[in-house]
Design a protein around this ligand. Sequence first.
Ligand code: SF4
Ligand code: SF4
Length: 306
Amino acid sequence: MEKTKFLPTRYQLLKGYLFLVGFPQDWFVSIDVTNKCNLRCKHCYFFEQDVEKELKADQWYEQLLEMKRKKTIPFLQCTWVGGEPLLRKDLIDKGRKLFKYNTIVTNGSFPIPNWRDNVNFYVSIDGDEERHDLVRNKKGLYQTIQKTIGESPVPVTVAFCINKLNHFSVETCFHEWRSHPNVKNFCVDFYTPIETLSDDLTLTMEERDAVLERLLKLKDAYPRYFAIDRSVLELMHSSRSRAVTDHCVFAKRASAFDPMGVRKEKCMLGNKADCNRCGCVVPFYMYSLTHKPTVIRNVWNKLSLK
Ligand code: SF4
Ligand code: SF4
């Protein structure tokens, strides 16, 4: 039977559901699956937290099973981070099967596993070769990532964290990876200032607004490859961002677990993150799907463009 274009897609139905009822508790969770990392990046929020101890791999898995038994969380979507999550590949391979969807955010130093069914890999690339290796404090890392992505058995997303050192290389990086056969799309967020890290990495809000203008142009030119929605970028503008971050939906409706399996107070970035200048796209994305006036305005804008 011919498919009618009037039937809503699964994603449209999901959006309708979120619009009506908001984000159910803990649909999104993140897990710091290890406290170890082979890198020490300039902008790393992770090692600014108290992460001296970690659960052993079997303890982590046991805790997840216990949470599943007790229905502590709905096991819908998990973002696996750390530390470097692929240092605990075996644990994630077991843990990911408990969730419907998984995202693994890796620094690209290690081979991408051949997991196809319910996993998206985000590989962090913060600039052209020079800028990336500078931000990540590791000469030669960019070339390692080229090999990792070149040999990846599954397509990956490039994830660029924009800061004062690398913001002018966003377009270079974007185009460098755009036609790579193993890269399916490109996403960004902004460095979120951390109380104990140098503020030299933080863009002023005016600078950030100027970068957002450039990102909107990329979005318009490459709407599919640039994975962040226009409405999310618009919400990150200084004139609107506080409306989102003053009532962060992530802090209220999602959960982030530290390497000991303990729920963090706010989000994966830890307590030292400056919410007023938050650059993480997740709260903006959650807001864009649930804040009714914003959703209505986005639908209206889309209809008017047709
Ligand atoms: S790869 Fe991630 S966890 Fe490791 S040092 Fe860099 S930012 Fe921190
Ligand atoms: S840093 Fe950002 S994501 Fe984290 S609680 Fe604050 S506003 Fe939310």
